[in-house]
Design a protein around this ligand. Structure first.
Ligand code: NAD
Length: 489
């Protein structure tokens, strides 16, 4: 049963099915029935009906069910880890050590945060009035998520929305729907009332598009590509919906001449290969001072050649497949074109036991110029482009020479250089001497064409709540003093 609407699983009504494929070996994990128009209507209605009671529940009540949810998910952690690994082709070590514990921590965080929704102090900002602020839930959130971190993206969309008292209809990517469904189901078992979380699984261009334009959806929250993000903005205009967009990235990794080279090499390998490079914050553009450039290229290429590709169920596997054969071919095509203008080290499609999966070897593209495709476009694979720079000004300018602005890192031991880089690089996050770590208390979100708004942290409540000003007259007088500016008798 592929839909989760009003607290129960049901089949989709489109009359179409889709196989969820394990990209490591091409086998079918599950065949789902795709959602149709009726599912969108039912799910939005369920969310609308659940909104009054859920938004009026006390923070302690909402927090209480999230505490139960975190505990129940912890009990079922291995089930989530296995399912996420199979549907998304992630090595089991990654889902056990990153996706699942990160999600449980997120639930626990929002259980606490639900009781800490803040507003400005009540006060007399005019001598004749008392003003106060109400921070209220927005209503029904229509949310669409991508395939690269299906479970974490579902959690990042659902948790702040419901912790703040909204209800939600989530449409995950149609190729990786299974853990979003399980997430909603376990939340409901833990006590989240029916209708608060609904999951519809169907094609983006069909049910996704319908969800975006539904008049009873109050806000759109989208994580995915910048191209589809523009569609979301256009759809939002039809009924003036609030929008939160988490879009693509092309993160710079800037290595200054005083950097710890070994740390930078290890950081570049981990930062570029996390989730097989299918990570919007992955290090994709290494911008390295010329004095360290050759050693950096040799060091990363050497470590890349030692990374173990293998079956995703094997805890010894470092790198799994890309999400699909189509996506692998896209990555391979970009690397092949780069051979014409840069130096490609590593890469290629492995043969033998891994031939049935969409595997691709880690690839370093050295001497990539700033205007080249590999340096500018999102590859979303295990590919790191490297280019040298001579002055700090040049390094920072190269880092900013992109339409994206999601994440970046600066590698230096000099505190002034680090401060300059964190101030001048235009992205939603800048790491210093590391690249990738995220934490529930801190926001995730971009600037420029990487979108706007924040996931995680209490900053996400700024997206999922609306501020209302309430003003009381203090005088009790029939004719207020200010009336004379309009009429005087
Ligand atoms: P995508 O934009 O192709 O799809 C994302 C979602 O949108 C899917 O659920 C899809 O079904 C749906 N969709 C597609 N066309 C639609 C339409 N016309 N109307 C409504 N919905 C539609 O992205 P993807 O390939 O699934 O994911 C990869 C992208 O996501 C990358 O660009 C990556 O950088 C980005 N991403 C960003 C973040 C972030 O936090 N900024 C996090 C993860 C992924």
């Amino acid at each position: 049963m592929s839909q989760f609407i009003n607290g129960t699983r049901r089949a989709g009504t489109s009359g179409q099915t889709k196989d969820v494929i394990d990209p490591s070996n091409g086998t079918t994990v599950e065949t789902i029935t795709l959602a149709g128009s009726d599912d969108v209507k039912l799910a939005v209605q369920a969310a609308r009906d659940a909104f009054p009671a859920w938004s009026r529940a006390t923070p302690a009540e909402r927090s209480g069910v999230l505490i139960q949810f975190a505990a129940l998910m912890a009990e079922r952690a291995e089930e989530f880890a296995q399912l996420e690994s199979r549907q998304a082709g992630k090595p089991i070590r990654l889902t056990r050590e990153f996706d699942v514990p990160g999600t449980i921590d997120n639930i626990a965080f929002f259980a606490g945060a639900a009781r800490n929704l803040e507003g400005k102090a009540t006060g007399e900002y005019s001598a004749d009035h008392t003003s106060s602020i109400r921070r209220e839930a927005i209503g029904v959130i229509g949310s669409i998520s991508p395939w690269n971190y299906p479970l974490q993206m579902a959690a990042w969309k659902i948790l702040p929305a419901i912790a703040a008292g909204n209800t939600i209809v989530l449409k995950p990517a149609e190729i990786t729907p299974l853990t979003s469904l399980l997430f909603a189901e376990v939340a409901t078992e833990a006590g989240v009332p029916a209708g608060v979380i609904n999951v519809i699984n169907g094609r983006g261009s069909v049910v996704g598009a319908e969800l975006l334009r539904h008049p009873d959806v109050d806000m759109l929250s989208f994580t995915g590509s910048t191209v589809v993000g523009r569609t979301v903005l256009e759809a939002a205009a039809t009924t003036a919906k609030r929008v939160h967009l988490e879009l693509g990235g092309k993160a710079p990794f800037v290595v200054f001449d005083d950097a710890d080279l070994e740390a930078a090499i290890n950081g570049a390998v981990a930062g570029s290969l996390i989730n097989n490079g299918q990570d919007c914050t992955a290090a994709t553009r290494a911008i390295v001072h010329r004095s360290l450039y050759n050693q950096f290229v040799d060091g990363v290429a050497d470590l890349y050649s030692k990374v173990r590709l293998g079956p995703t169920a094997d805890p010894a596997t470092d790198l799994g497949p890309l999400i699909s054969m189509d996506h692998r071919d896209k990555v391979a095509g970009m690397v092949d074109r780069a051979r014409g203008y840069a130096r490609v080290l590593g890469g290629g499609i492995p043969e033998g036991d891994l031939a049935d999966g969409s595997y691709y070897r880690p690839t370093l593209v050295a001497d990539a110029t700033a205007d080249s495709e590999i340096f500018r476009e999102e590859v979303f694979g295990p590919v790191l482009a490297v280019t040298p720079f001579d002055t700090d000004d040049e390094g920072i300018a190269l880092a900013n020479d992109t339409p994206f602005g999601l994440a970046a890192s600066a590698w230096t031991k000099d505190v002034y250089r680090a401060l300059r880089a964190t101030r001048e690089i235009r992205s939603g996050c800048v790491w210093v001497n590391d690249h990738i770590p995220i934490i529930s208390e801190m926001p995730h979100g971009g600037m420029k064409e990487s979108g706007f708004g924040k996931d995680m942290s209490t900053y996400s409540f700024d997206e999922y709540t609306v501020i209302k000003h309430v003003m009381f007259d203090l005088t009790g007088e029939k004719a207020k003093a200010w009336h004379r500016t309009v009429f005087s008798l």
